[in-house]
Each structure stands twice: as C-alpha cells, then as structure tokens.
Design a protein around this ligand. Structure first.
Ligand SMILES: *Cc1c(COP(=O)(O)O)cnc(C)c1O
Length: 383
C-alpha cells in the first residue's frame, strides 16, 4: 500500500459560503408573521425559473415530494407503481405510504436508470404510475418513458433528487415527469441540511399538492375548516434561505461538479476494467456522485472495495443495492416478480461504489483517490 490520504477524504461535502450565513441570519431575524414565507417563495421562484417549469413547492425532503406526487396523481390501495430495482429506498417507500405496491424492474447497465423495455413488460391492469430515477445525475430515457405512460394512461414521476443541473436534449432534470422530486439533504448537489422540492407544470397537480401538504386546507383557509385529512410538509424559512443563497450561484456549483468528474475521468476513463458515469449524446450530467463499477472479473465486491479505500483514508459509498436483495423487501417477494434471475443492474449493485465527490474536492485529492483506486484494482486483479 503506497497511496494514503494524509487526512480522511469524505465522500460528500456541501458548498457553504458567507452568503448562506447572511441570508439564514436574515431569515431567522425577519421571516415571521406576514413575511414568514418570503424566503420560501424566492427559493421556489428561482428554482422553477432555473428548471424551466411552472411550479415549485419547497418541502422538508424529497421523500415528501414523492409522497405528495403519488397522492396528487390519485395513486392508492390496489394500484401498482413501476420503479427501478436499483435506487435509494426513498424512491420507492412513498409508494407504500399511499397503500400501493411497488413493482421493481431492471435498470440499464450503462446509464443505471430504469429500462423502458422492462417498464413496458411489467405493465398490468393495476399499474397506475411509473417512477423514473435520474441516478447519480444520469438521465432516464424520458421520451421513451413518456410515450409508454401516455400510451397506457399512467402517471409519470421523476425522482430527480440526485440530478439537479443535469439535462436531456436541452431540458433540465425535473422537467420531464408530471411531477418531479428534488432533495437538498446535506450530501446532495444543493444542500439545505434537510429539504426538498416538488415541481410540476400542471395547475391541477399544484392545487392538490398545496392542499395535501397543508392538512387538507382549501387555498387561503383562515378558519381551520379543513376539507380532508392529509399531511403536513413544509420547509422552514431558514432552510429556504440556505437554498436561495445556493441558487444564486447554481451555475458555478454545477460547473464545479462537472470539473470534479472531469478530474476523475482524465485518470480513470481509460481503464477497460471499470465503468464510470455515462454521458450519452444529448445528456449533460451534473455528476452528483462520481461512481465506478468494476467489471465482472474483479474479485472484490463493493464492500471490499470500500474497505480497501478506507485503509487509505478515503471514504466512499456503496452503489445502491438491488432493492429485492435488501432485508426491507423480504416481506414483498411479489415486488420482484418481473425481475430476471440475474438483473442487468446486478453488477453495478454488487460491485459499484461512489467516490468522494463533495465540493471540498480539488484536483490533488481526485488524483490521490484515483491512484488509490487503481492500486486497489491492480492488486486484486487475477494474474
Ligand atoms: C436522497 C434521495 C431521495 C430522498 O431525499 P430526502 O430528501 O432524503 O427525502 C430520494 N431519491 C433519491 C434517488 C435520493 O438520492
């Protein structure tokens, strides 16, 4: 072992400046009474403008955005929702909150996003919606998913929690679903600690979301005459101030993410024994997490790879597992009924890792991580 970081390189880190501090202070001191929603409104407006969508609603997290999206589309008990088999569990858990059943389908081994052909093959009379996830900043084949959704009369939900700033054919992630979800968890591209946003172009869905996220109050209700029992999902003004400060330099933030990926690509892109994040023609990837998937010949699984990097003082994350193979899905075998015995997403799900991709990265750190990874892969390679 020759490569070792002098101090631990974390896998994620936000980009917080004095501007965030100033706006949070202003929000804490002034965002009360009639002005309590001012920072949220400004954050939502700048977010919607950036995406090129009509409506954005700030929320406590992306999980709430997905829950509200499903509820606003009317998905409920007895319904099935088609989801990718490899994603963070938050993409899928809200399906169960509305009483519906998630149906797992395979992902594309290159883009790591849901495979439209697998979606088509999993449609039943009970299917009500499709959730596509723009994994690690990659873009789903949204034109194909839209065609399938329209042909079968299904709702289309975009989990863009990891894809702020990515685009497909000039349209930004979050502009493709009937509703889209974003996360501002501390590890994400834009961070408010915890936080999320739901976006939509549809006035009818916006109205449902506004009522559902505020305990079923009709618009402007001041008399506490709720018309239904619903949910309470709001973002605080101080969090919105954090988000607003970051939206002021969103282009620089996305450029930084792309720079971090470029440093890694220059050092790892030539390796024939690994695959890194895809950027097919028409896609601009904001590379939330630089990810590496060794080929089948690599004897190390993702946990062994992480341990070897950890010995070198480098933090990493495992690629998301096949949901059908984690304990939470033991009680839902029927969720996996359309998955092949060896899904094409299995290689990434068992061998892939995310490399340090936070805003604290510089070229020197990316170089060190790359050299460490190469050392680990070469040492493990069968002779
Ligand atoms: C982070 C994440 C979420 C959930 O975001 P929260 O804000 O933590 O609710 C959902 N989907 C994906 C793909 C994510 O990465």
């Amino acid at each position: 072992m020759t490569v070792r970081a002098p101090e631990l390189i974390p896998v994620a880190a936000p980009w917080i400046t004095a501007r965030e501090g100033d706006l949070c202070r202003e929000a804490a001191l002034t965002a009360w009474g009639p002005d309590h929603y001012r920072f949220n409104r400004e954050f939502e407006q700048s977010f919607a403008r950036y995406l090129g969508v009509t409506h954005a609603v700030s929320l406590p997290h992306a999980t709430a955005a997905l829950h509200l999206g499903l509820a606003a589309l009317g998905v409920g008990p007895g319904d099935e929702v088609i989801v990718p088999a490899v994603t963070w569990i938050a993409s899928v858990a809200p399906v169960t909150y509305v009483g519906a059943a998630p149906v797992l389908v395979d992902i594309d081994p290159v883009t790591w996003c849901i495979d439209p052909a697998a979606v088509e093959a999993a449609i039943t009379p009970r299917t009500r919606a499709i959730i596509g996830v723009d994994l690690y900043g990659s873009m789903c084949d949204w034109p194909a998913l839209r065609a399938i959704a329209d042909r079968h009369g299904l709702g289309l939900i975009e989990d863009a929690a990891e894809a702020l700033g990515s685009s497909l054919n000039g349209r930004r992630a979050g502009a493709f679903g009937d509703v889209a979800a974003f996360s501002f968890h501390g590890s994400k591209t834009l961070a408010t600690g915890e936080g999320g946003m739901v976006t939509t172009d549809r006035d009818d869905l916006l109205a449902r979301i506004q009522a559902l996220r505020d305990h079923g109050r009709p618009p402007g209700d001041r008399f506490f005459l709720n018309t239904e029992i619903a949910f309470k999902y709001k973002m605080s003004a101080v969090q919105a101030a954090l988000g607003l400060a970051q939206m002021e330099r969103i282009d620089a933030m996305i450029a930084r993410k792309r720079q971090i990926f470029a440093w890694y690509r220059d050092r790892l892109g030539h390796r024939r024994d690994i695959r890194i994040n895809a950027e097919p023609p028409g896609v601009e990837n904001s590379f939330w997490m630089v990810s590496v998937v060794p080929d089948a010949g690599c004897p190390l699984d993702k946990f062994a790879l992480m341990a070897a990097l950890r010995e070198r003082n480098i933090d990493s994350r495992p690629f998301f597992s096949l949901l059908s193979e984690i304990p939470a899905f033991d009680s839902r075998p029927e969720a996996a009924r359309f998955l092949p015995p060896v899904p094409r997403g299995r290689l990434a799900a068992t061998k892939g890792i995310n490399l340090p991709s936070g805003y604290n990265m510089d070229e020197e750190k990316a170089d060190l991580v790359s050299r460490a990874l190469i050392e680990v892969l070469d040492a493990a390679a069968p002779a």
